[in-house]
Design a protein around this ligand. Structure first.
Ligand code: ZN
Length: 147
């Protein structure tokens, strides 16, 4: 189990150091800002839509390692997906973090690295913030708070 924990930490560290899609999208279809008052994380998520598909997803902001890593992984996993697929993915991440399933579903890929946070309820809000913010953007809202 410790090997897996090490792997998870490595994945999170890699995304924290070299966040993917850390940029703004000029003239994007929708965007929202998220705030996690408990930790001070702030994230802005940009989405470019092509019909019902998220053709590009990017983020900016400042926050702890977990919120950054989660946002970085999220942008990679949601590009090229439909709104329905993204919402389903988001709810699977939530279920994984809240510990309702013992094993992270394989389709979550690198996102499984966040499953180690189950033991740290305060950090779950950090991990969910980018997802809440992305869903807010897709729902036409401009801001989200991690609850
Ligand atoms: Zn945080």
């Amino acid at each position: 189990m410790s090997d897996l924990t090490d792997l998870y930490q490595e994945i999170i560290l890699d995304h924290t150091k070299r966040p993917r899609n850390f940029r703004a999208i000029e003239g994007c279809t929708c965007a929202a800002e998220g705030h996690n008052p408990l930790c001070g994380d702030e994230v802005k998520v940009f989405v470019q839509m092509d019909g019902d598909t998220l053709s590009d997803v990017a983020f900016q902001g400042q926050g702890c390692a977990i919120s950054r890593a989660s946002a970085s992984m999220m942008t990679g996993k949601t590009q090229g997906r439909t709104v329905a697929e993204v919402k389903s993915l988001s709810s699977r991440v939530r279920v994984m973090l809240l510990g309702a399933s013992s094993e992270p579903p394989p389709e979550l890929g690198d996102l499984a690295a966040l499953s180690g946070l189950r033991k740290f309820p305060a950090r779950i809000k950090c991990a969910m913030l980018p997802w809440h913010t992305l869903e807010a953007a897709l729902d036409g809202k401009v801001s989200a708070t991690s609850e």
